[in-house]
Ligand binder design. Structure first.
Ligand SMILES: O=P(O)(O)O[C@H]1O[C@H](CO)[C@@H](O)[C@H]1O
Ligand SMILES: [Mn+2]
Ligand SMILES: [Mn+2]
Length: 388
């Protein structure tokens, strides 16, 4: 096999891990709780691959002959954010959780930032991004002061109206923050959160941009690149890795745009890795606790599955998975620590194989390294031999 595609359904977790309680997450299960609360969910194509056959899944139909291999994976890293999840998938283990700022950023950080950008800041607290622009957007428009906020994740988010602070300036401001927030004042990501519209009707635009730390060690992406293979990043993958190990990138406007671009790449003749992140599940529905919207987004993705599968070449392997949970039926607006589903399909992949409960997300990266015959990442156990 010469090409593997990973599609991350951002935040589509499949149930609490044994240690989820210590993260404040009890009884969380993004996929199943959506199905339960909506009285069912219609995902015929994912079900056909074996989604409902995954150990422990109850509210999704099971099939007698799944077309794919199926399983779920535990997270060995400490954390439940996007960076941690994605980095572990490609072979890293984050032992020290990224620093978070539940009381906002300390004075020395804010003062230094204000001095460097030549503007004061508003907010500086934990908030939901859509709520904080409702609350402080008007003042921002009047004063020109950007809104800084964080969450349960290690993030320094800067929201600004595109007509008040140009995108170019916002990105510059975020680069300044990125340079500052290392070492003792570390954050995993600085995120530009531009918005548009009138007071009372602000909406965020697709010009969001993430500034991540570089992975602290080599991943299977680096090993594939070093071997001369293509590593194509679709959606925010390039940002999550700060470009490390990526040979080509396409940013996207929405889940469906991400699916379109993935299909285009599948039809092309690259060799190596196509790595796609579909973030709407998380950003538009999980954090917004919009259960019905989340369900519809899943069904919308499922409808595209036949097209994705038809675009696979003889020698392709497809893995559909997630990076953490974000149970929209759960309290708060943060991620939830959960198992990630693993669905594997390929014309040459054995059907109906139960991958069971994998010890780490990194088993995915190890399998890809094994299949592409690159160096093996430090973590993870390959399941190549049971699927081929
Ligand atoms: O509430 P919004 O702005 O969508 O922010 C969410 O998006 C961030 C990055 O994914 C998370 O940390 C969470 O805070
Ligand atoms: Mn995520
Ligand atoms: Mn998120």
């Amino acid at each position: 096999m010469n090409r593997t595609t990973i599609i991350i359904l951002d935040s589509v977790g499949v149930g609490a891990l044994p240690d989820s309680k210590s993260y404040g997450d009890e009884g969380v299960n993004t996929l199943e709780n959506i199905a339960k609360e909506c009285g069912g969910i219609n995902l015929p194509n994912l079900v056909e691959l074996g989604l409902g056959n995954i150990d422990g899944i109850e509210n999704i139909d099971k099939v007698s002959n799944p077309k794919g291999a199926y399983g779920k994976a535990d997270e060995i890293s400490k954390g439940k954010d996007t960076t941690t999840g994605h980095w572990e998938i490609v072979g890293l283990k984050i032992e020290e959780p990224f620093q978070t700022y539940p009381d906002g950023f300390p004075k020395h950080i804010i003062e230094k930032f204000e001095e460097k950008i030549g503007r004061k800041v508003l907010g500086n607290k934990v908030a939901s991004g859509t709520e904080i622009i409702k609350e402080l957007g008007e003042e921002h428009v009047k004063t020109g002061d950007p809104i800084v906020y964080t969450s349960a994740d290690s993030v320094f988010q800067v929201a600004a109206h595109e007509d008040v602070i140009s995108l170019e300036e916002l990105y510059k401001i975020c680069s300044i923050a990125r340079e500052m927030l290392r070492g003792e004042d570390q954050v995993a990501r600085v995120i530009a959160r531009p918005f548009l519209g009138e007071v009372g009707n602000f909406t965020r635009t697709a010009n969001r941009k993430d500034y991540s730390l570089k992975p602290f060690d080599k991943t299977v992406l680096d090993f594939a690149k070093e071997k001369g293979l293509d590593v194509i990043a679709v959606g925010k993958i390039e940002d999550i890795f700060d470009g490390q190990g990526v040979t080509e990138a396409a940013h996207t406007k929405s889940n469906m745009d991400g699916v379109d671009k993935t299909i285009e790449y599948l039809k092309g003749d690259s060799k190596g890795i196509i790595f796609t992140n579909l973030v709407d599940f998380d950003a538009k529905f999980g954090h917004r606790r919009n259960v019905e919207g989340y369900k519809e987004a899943l069904e919308e993705f499922d409808k595209r599955m036949p097209e994705i599968l038809e675009s696979l070449k003889e020698d392709d392997l497809l893995i559909i998975t997630a990076d953490h949970g974000n149970d929209p039926t759960y309290k708060g607006t943060d991620h939830t620590r959960e198992y990630i589903p693993i669905l594997v399909y390929g014309k040459n992949v054995k059907s109906g194989v139960n991958l069971g409960i994998r010890k780490s997300f990194a088993d995915i990266g190890a399998t890809i390294a094994d299949i592409l015959d690159t160096k093996m990442p430090k973590n993870g156990e390959s399941f190549k031999d049971i699927i081929l």
